[in-house]
Design a protein around this ligand. Sequence first.
Ligand code: ZN
Length: 458
Amino acid sequence: MLRAGVDLGGTKIQVAIVDKLNRVLGTDRRPTPTVGTPDGVTDTIASSVKAAVVNAGVDLEDLVGVGVGGPGQIDAKAGTLSNAGNLPGWMITYPLAAELSDRLGGVPVELGNDVQVGVNAEVRLGAGREYTSLIGVFCGTGVGGGVVINNELWIGRGAAGEIGHVKVMAKDGALCGCGRYGCMEAYAGRAAMELQARKWHKKGKKTNLFKIMKKKGKPRLASGVWDKALKTNDKMAHKLIDRAIWALGAGIASAVNLTDVQAVIIGGGLGIRLGQPFVDDIRDAMMPSLIKPQDPPVVLLAELGDMGGALGAALLVEQYIKPVATKAGAKKVAKKAPARRPVNQTAAKTSAAVARQPAPVPVTAAKKAATRKAAAKKATTARTTAAGAKRATAKKAPAKKTAAKKAPARKAPAKRAPAKEAPARKTAAKRAPAKRAAASPTTAARIAEAARVLTARP
Ligand SMILES: [Zn+2]
């Protein structure tokens, strides 16, 4: 009754093998191929799953399902991933579910949107488990989001949660990856920030960003490069991150004004790397734009770290651990699928994958309650730094629930089990002092300066 979750990103493939209680038994992480074809990427995913299975000390046959959270357009029913610009040769519709299943001995494979599965993981297992309504904002190469209303991930007609394309600059906005101008992502996405840094650098503005990048052996300005540049008081890095914070503040506040959610969770590669100080700055930057600043939502750092994507992907195949779909039954269906599914979507839809109806499992109140009940039973006094950081945040924000009320639930081991296996994260306390002290007199002044720079743009 084990599942594999695959976080398929533009830079890395992270796999986690989890048990019934979503405890991580084994992991594997490797770079995503930057050249080649979707077939090649699928080979790499399959190798990574096999390696994770070995690391977990189990067999491939023990897997009842494999979930994949991927970038681009997902057609979960057809089992296809289309137009994933960050993956090599993937500006097509590719039958990833069937292809990966073939490489893994016919185990059912379900697909989900990378950000949505990440948000779902935080809702079910991480920072969002106390709330019934929230917005997840994942800052990475781009800025993705997920909206949870009454415990259900709101997917709209399939494309909800695109918070990165909320407009934060109506006039003369920066060009976004989507081809439009003034989107939040055009200021807060790592790709957009790198583009701007390169422009300024070319014009002769000084920065150590690219030196740090080379020293770290990275092909682009990864989150760690930004973190290092901020810690060494690189002016350009501070300027660009301040701009990002300004944009995130304006965009997230607008989304909060529309939805009045209880919590906002900041995650993604950059969000997790910059950690609590980044989250605090975003909360401060939201205030001027909130219609109800006296009662803002709680703003929290994602708790599952960079394992959130893989854990969320594993939740996509949660239905296979229920007696409704037995391992043998599920495999039988998968085996019926043609070895090579046509790339054409219409044809793909006629395949056996449709019969599997792989839809993400909605988070229901009942399920949440059951999880909490089970967790409460096993409660111990162990605490993690992540929980500590969260408590600190909860205290700061004038949340409706008190920190004291929330504390007992956080002790539950089941909820924290995945985080234990995640690569060690620095504690908020460790990071807090260094990050942005020198270049930042006060948050308000910095944000005002970022706004000034933005409005003065040519
Ligand atoms: Zn856009």
